[in-house]
Write a protein that binds this ligand. Sequence first.
Ligand SMILES: N[C@@H](CCC(=O)N[C@@H](CS)C(=O)NCC(=O)O)C(=O)O
Length: 222
Amino acid sequence: MIVLSHCVSARSLRPLWMLEELGLPYELRMLPFPPRMHARSYLDLNPLGTVPLLEDGATRMTESAAMCHYLAARHSPGVLDVPVHESTYGAYLNWLHMSDATLTFPQTLVLRYTHFEPPERQQPQVASDYARWFLARLRAVDAAVQHNDYLCAGRFTAADVAVGYALLLARHLGLDAQFTPAVAAYWQRLQDRPAFLRALRVEQEAAQAQGVDPTPSPDLRF
Ligand SMILES: N[C@@H](CCC(=O)N[C@@H](CS)C(=O)NCC(=O)O)C(=O)O
């Protein structure tokens, strides 16, 4: 049984959404955000204190985009996964890595320096610079979905889940109003997916059932 440690609407939504797309059985372990402050015992499992943590037998992973790759390759070869022999394999890997290294990364600076730091440590200049950085990097997504429903391979893949989370985070940061029409339409296609909607419902129900604050972690203010 796969066990996923998750905070509401954190990057761990990527593997949760994948699990729902794949219809796999899993256990969802909800944590208050940030776990390093509110669930100290979690550090025994993941010394980084970050979510997600995915445990699958002896496999332990702490990178959300890698989990999308892993779950697609293991459980959906040639469907949510793009195999090595397909011509768009390189593009697929590029999107998976870009999703966190290029798209989510600048947003975490916006989040931190506008919402998570106390007022005296907030950095409006850093936040606005990295919001602009993020929106500029979205040009790659805009170009890819101008004439295609999904990012690569002519179908919905794990890369769309990984990049889709960056678009969800942008919504929490109020940056979605600046999406281009093509990116906005792509984001709407992702949000309409039954598995995406199930993932959002499941995390709320699990938070309530496990006594964890159901507020999406990007909406928390410290
Ligand atoms: N690159 C990692 C980043 C993981 C990460 O930083 N997760 C955030 C939530 S989105 C977290 O757990 N933050 C809590 C902390 O830094 O203490 C991934 O994509 O999974």
